[in-house]
Design a protein around this ligand. Sequence first.
Ligand code: UT7
Length: 329
Amino acid sequence: MRPSAAIIGWGMAVPQLVVTNDDLAQRMETSDIWIRSRTGIAERRIAEPHEYTSVLATRAAQQALERAAIDPQSIDLIMLATCTPDRLFPATACTIQANLGLTRAAAFDLAAACSGFLYGLSVAAGLIQGGAHRTILLVAADLFSHILNWNDRSTAVLFGDGAGAVVLQAHFGPLGVLSSVLGASGADEAIMMMEAGGTRLPLTPELLHDERRFFSMNGREVFRHAIREMGTSALEAVAAAGLTTAAIDLVVPHQANTRIIEALARRLNIPLERVFINIERYGNTSAASVPIALCEAADAGRLRHGDTVLLTAFGGGLTWASTVLRWGS
Ligand code: UT7
């Protein structure tokens, strides 16, 4: 019998600094009412210089390891989903490995923007099911505050910084990841991107003052694609698990916009009471958004042993992903 990958520990870490909509309204032409009504966001956490990606990622990972209550040395792989690493080279997952002293673990980063945690979950589940690894630490961390154009109100108000983590372990029973559906559309990459800073358009002194070194997004296009692709992949993942949406106890979606989440719930025919939303306090934390929401849902008692959970996300690439899992270990 092939094992499934069960979540046996979960953790999260966010910066201390809370930045409210009113704070942002002091430095750009926006308002609390606009941000709340168009996105559902009330405040977000913004990292200070000492809180770089590996710092938050390590804190989230430590919490997940404590909850898992296993010998940390049994971790045999660390994956970090991020598109805002400490450095471009080497992988920030290696820094987490060193911080935690997990000397037995292999380590690599994975870049799928806001879908990164669910891409990672699918890869981890496959490695566990195939027998290559038994216990995997999957971390997702993004600090968009470092890549945002703070002069662009249409993107600057949407994101926050944070990290989430889970420990996955081989499980011989009914729990764990039941299905995953991943998708991408590279042809639409320009809808959300950071044009400069890589090998294609390397940073020069001139480019330091150019908008192309920051994240940019066509919000309306993203909105349209997000509803379509999250909805379709979620339905595919539910069907692949041999279920219907009536069997889903809780949906934990990527937290990018309350209106996107509401449209998704309508498409899935799942009432909002069965959808977890915490965007109000964190904004869009990119790859960290699903594990942070999962963590808060678990801590709030919204996830009981044996519950069927649907996770879905959408992000740059474009990429999207949906996973169905049975909660518990
Ligand atoms: O993780 C995936 C990444 N991102 C997303 O999923 C985001 C998806 N997109 C969205 O959430 C929405 O498209 C936004 C929240 C970004 C924008 O909402 P919208 O309802 O599509 O607004 P809009 O872009 O059509 O802009 C409407 C108006 C514009 O003014 P005019 O042209 O109608 O006069 C904007 O200039 O709102 C203006 N506006 C703002 N006003 C106050 C844009 N940003 C702001 C702002 N404050 N921060």
